[in-house]
Design a binder for this molecule. Structure first.
Ligand code: ZN
Length: 266
């Protein structure tokens, strides 16, 4: 009886595998091949939240301009992909609303676009984050700053159930995060950093993990891109220029295209 039950459990598990990994395991007889049909582009900050402030720029403006360009390139070149923005103007969607938009629309990918800042003005370069807590203490400044947006929201204490973005202990809860999408998130993050480095000639600070609230709840592969440091005079100038924005947006667009081709083959 015991053995029979185990067998039964094993059998149900095997049957469930294609459903658990739906879209990522190709199974021609059971379901159609995976197609990346919808992408949510999230321009970080907005409205009353300017994000990082450079000497001449505000993060929210640079994020929005680059995000809209990425969307434009996708619409022009990948007509089978629907682009959804969490904001396409200077509005202030909350940190909970952003991934919710992606979940409600059943998007296949979530890309959040930000610009960095540091007390050390010589710091520069790009980095792309996936959700995770591994070694995140090393990047706690960035994590804390991005998550502190929550403090500007009304009723944040109620909505975020006591989560305090400035307290390292609060981040324990992120360990409960599902790891289901980490592989594909890393694949896209690698493409983005490679494109920034090899095609745009930026300094890549690499692919990293961070417990960003906005990456916690999307039920799909998700990345958070830091385009560069507004606290660095040269990098701010580059990101403020139209050419700079176009280069960065093209790099992100090409990475998404590569990612799409790769996962649709597998
Ligand atoms: Zn930001």
């Amino acid at each position: 009886m015991e053995r029979f039950n185990n067998k039964k459990i094993l059998l149900s598990f095997l049957i469930a595998i294609p459903f658990l990994f739906g879209g990522f395991v190709s199974n021609e007889t059971m379901m159609p091949a995976f197609r990346m049909k919808k992408i949510v582009l999230d321009a970080g900050h907005g409205g009353k939240d300017p994000g990082n402030i450079g000497s001449k720029s505000r993060e929210k403006d640079i994020n929005l301009a680059v995000t809209l360009l990425v969307g434009k390139y996708i619409k022009e070149n990948l007509p089978d992909v629907e682009v959804i923005y969490t904001r396409d103007d200077d509005s202030f969607p909350t940190v909970q609303e952003r991934p919710r938009i992606a979940n409600i629309n059943k998007a296949d990918l979530f890309v959040s676009i930000h610009s960095n800042s540091a007390a050390n003005k010589s710091a520069y370069g790009t980095e792309t984050f996936v959700m995770g807590t591994k070694h995140f203490e090393a990047n706690f400044d960035i994590v804390k700053r991005e998550n502190s947006v929550i403090l500007l929201e009304e009723n944040y204490q109620e909505n975020y159930e006591g989560f305090d973005p400035t307290s390292p202990e609060s981040y324990m809860m992120f360990n409960l995060m599902s790891k289901a999408y980490i592989g594909n998130s890393l694949t896209l993050a690698d493409h983005i950093e490679t494109q920034f480095r090899d095609r745009v000639g930026r300094k890549s600070r690499g692919v990293k993990q961070g417990p960003f609230y906005v990456l916690w709840t999307p039920s799909m592969p998700s990345v958070l891109v830091e385009l560069g440091f507004l606290s660095n005079t040269e990098e701010e100038k580059f990101l403020m220029s139209q050419a700079g924005k176009e280069y960065m947006a093209s790099a992100i667009y090409r990475s998404i295209k590569e990612y799409k081709e790769q996962i649709e083959i597998n």
